[in-house]
Design a protein around this ligand. Structure first.
Ligand SMILES: [Fe+2]
Length: 172
């Protein structure tokens, strides 16, 4: 942990984690600023040592303290998450490559229908609070590797992941 993040980035993340005790709105605004800073200074992270998972993705912890965990995700071509929502705040930015983000609305507790899809390219940043409808899925359906940075409002030692619930795809 932390070896791939520069000391400068680690310091910024520690400051951000401390700000998570404030309002959700101010914390998300701060997280967005941190992500935008990293995306414009990609040398703050060295992803070369992160594992690559054929047709899948690896989650690599960069920082975890004060209820905030920060991960670099390496997406091989063909990687996709389950359709899911979150139990915590979720912010992410695309560092390299292209990801497709599918959005859904729920049909009951365990099925969801796709309502939109967006192509996320380097520089894109999104922040979500768990209070809003935020059922989504990330897919690397391109031919190149993608790298994204995720800032979650959860303690990585208390939760296995940011996912609250997974859904199966429903078609109408
Ligand atoms: Fe997610």
């Amino acid at each position: 942990m932390l070896t791939a993040a520069s000391p400068t980035l680690t310091s910024r993340l520690a400051h951000l984690a401390a700000s998570s005790r404030g309002t959700t709105e101010s914390y998300l605004a701060s997280a967005r600023v941190v992500l935008q800073h990293v995306l414009s200074h990609p040398d703050l992270i060295d992803p070369s040592a992160f594992p690559r998972v054929p047709s899948g993705y690896s989650r690599n912890l960069l920082y975890g303290r004060d209820g905030v965990s920060v991960w670099a995700l390496i997406w091989s071509p063909g990687a996709r998450t389950p359709i899911h929502d979150h139990h915590c705040t979720c912010c992410f930015g695309v560092l390299a490559g292209t990801l497709r983000e599918n959005w859904f609305r729920p049909l009951g507790d365990d099925r969801a229908v796709r309502t939109a899809h967006h192509v996320r390219t380097p520089g894109f940043v999104a922040c979500m609070a768990p209070t809003g409808p935020n059922i989504h899925q990330m897919v690397n359906d391109g031919e190149a590797e993608a790298i994204s940075l995720h800032i979650y409002g959860y303690d990585h030692e208390a939760h296995a992941s940011s996912v609250d619930r997974e859904y199966s795809l429903a078609t109408l």
